[in-house]
Design a protein around this ligand. Structure first.
Ligand code: 13P
Ligand code: SF4
Length: 350
């Protein structure tokens, strides 16, 4: 566990991190990307961290990969690459830098390490977990295989390296239906998200899909009733849901897709009012780019993603602590499952 007090004292010894109007002004071009959602006083606090991180990134030959759920000051301020899980996994195969800082949750950093065994992969807070990744172990996969002999195991990337190593292929929310449809067997095991599996089952009715009973603590909280009420109170609202939501929630939505799929849909459709049925930062990150779209609630916060802060990013680049390690034997087998997904995704995309 990070000692926040010691960390703060060490950073204060090396960097001037006090709120600074001068640094805020010098970074006005960066601030312009989030001025609708970050107030000027808040930017005066964030700007010295952003400037220090961007300087240190160059010194360390590091690249920052950030998930779409990062807060705006991370997403727009320090990230080199932003995206959904599939995009981040693909980008991780193409990185030239010696150091990767993964601003996301632990399974994402593990995936980057699996794909880059020779590079240093840092996660700013190793306790940034995921309720889905924590819901299943390799024993769980063995249990499913024993129950459904011969059925291939398609595991969501939201799993540990050990679980990926025990699976046949991975999937993400942007390619799950295609990966399942491409399996030869009539029965397919999907782990660990019961809602993603049920949403995929509706898209791929020709397959018998069996699933593990995991769920995302953020998306399982949305209800169909809540969406119906929002539509009634805000006629004309376009509702867009992530496929980790329960199927009855997805059924109420106008569109369902991965986090990047959601962003692309709003960028293309530009509805007057949009409700993103997913993590809160998503709407904040695209607010400045789409001022004509009014984003209305509700949103739920991912407590794991929110463990990643500017302060911890600066700390990890400064101290080079928090390097992710994966047992080489497990990494080799997990890489097969991730690489099969990437290759199949590319083939299917033509
Ligand atoms: P995406 O692959 O859609 O970004 O989803 C990752 C995730 O953790 C959503 O909760
Ligand atoms: Fe995991 Fe849900 Fe958080 Fe995504 S939003 S990292 S699935 S807990």
């Amino acid at each position: 566990m990070l000692d926040q007090i010691a960390l703060r004292a060490e950073l204060a010894d090396h960097y001037d991190l006090s709120p600074s109007l001068k640094t805020a002004e010098a970074t006005a071009d960066i601030y312009a990307r989030m001025s609708r959602v970050v107030s000027p006083p808040d930017w005066a606090v964030f700007a010295p961290y952003v400037a220090a991180i961007n300087r240190l990134k160059a010194e360390r030959n590091a690249v920052i990969l950030a998930h779409n759920y990062m807060t705006p000051e991370i997403y727009h301020g320090v990230a080199d690459v932003v995206g959904d899980s599939l995009q981040l996994a693909i980008e991780a195969t193409e990185v030239n830098a010696e150091v990767i800082v993964q601003c996301g949750v632990h399974f994402m950093a593990e995936t980057a390490k699996i794909l880059n065994p020779g590079k240093t992969v840092l996660i700013p807070d190793s306790e940034a977990g995921c309720s889905l990744a924590e819901s299943i172990t390799a024993e769980g996969i063995a249990e499913m295989r024993a129950k459904y002999p011969g059925a291939p195991v398609v595991s969501y990337v939201n799993t540990t390296a050990e679980v990926k190593a025990a699976s046949d292929i991975c999937c993400t929310s942007s390619n799950a239906a295609q990966i399942v449809a491409a399996q030869e067997s009539d029965t397919v095991i999907m782990t660990p998200d019961r809602y993603l599996a049920r949403n995929v089952a509706r898209q791929v009715p020709e397959k018998r899909i069996v699933w593990w009973e995991g769920a995302c603590v953020v998306h399982e909280r949305f209800t169909a009733q809540e969406l119906r009420e929002f539509r009634e109170w805000n006629p004309g609202t376009r509702i867009i849901a992530h496929p980790e939501c329960p199927p009855e929630v997805v059924a109420e939505a106008d569109f369902s897709g991965s986090t990047s799929g959601i962003i692309a849909y709003v960028q293309h459709e530009r509805p007057e009012k949009a409700m993103l049925v997913t993590e809160c930062s998503m709407a904040s990150n695209i607010s400045d780019e789409l001022p004509e779209v009014e984003f209305i609630g509700p949103c739920n916060m991912c407590p794991y993603m929110k463990k990643i802060t500017l302060e911890k990013i600066l700390w990890s680049l400064h101290s080079m602590q928090g390097a992710v390690e994966v047992d080489p034997g497990i990494a080799d087998r997990a890489r097969l499952a991730v690489q099969r997904m990437i290759d199949l995704s590319r083939r299917l995309a033509g």
